[in-house]
Write a protein that binds this ligand. Structure first.
Ligand code: ZN
Length: 50
């Protein structure tokens, strides 16, 4: 069973916050900002050089 977590980055201070999806009224614990940028998990691309 995989847990689908979304990483958010504070748009003000840039602090990365891990939060559960669905929580409303998010607030940065660092600076109190309520503006967040959704971070996409880094996808590793495997390229096979044949
Ligand atoms: Zn912040």
């Amino acid at each position: 069973m995989m847990v689908d977590t979304t990483d958010y980055k504070c748009a003000v201070c840039g602090k990365t916050l891990e939060m559960d999806i669905g929580i409303m009224g998010l607030q940065c614990r660092n600076c109190g900002s309520k503006i967040f940028v959704k971070k996409r998990p880094s996808i590793k691309k495997t390229i096979k050089a044949v």
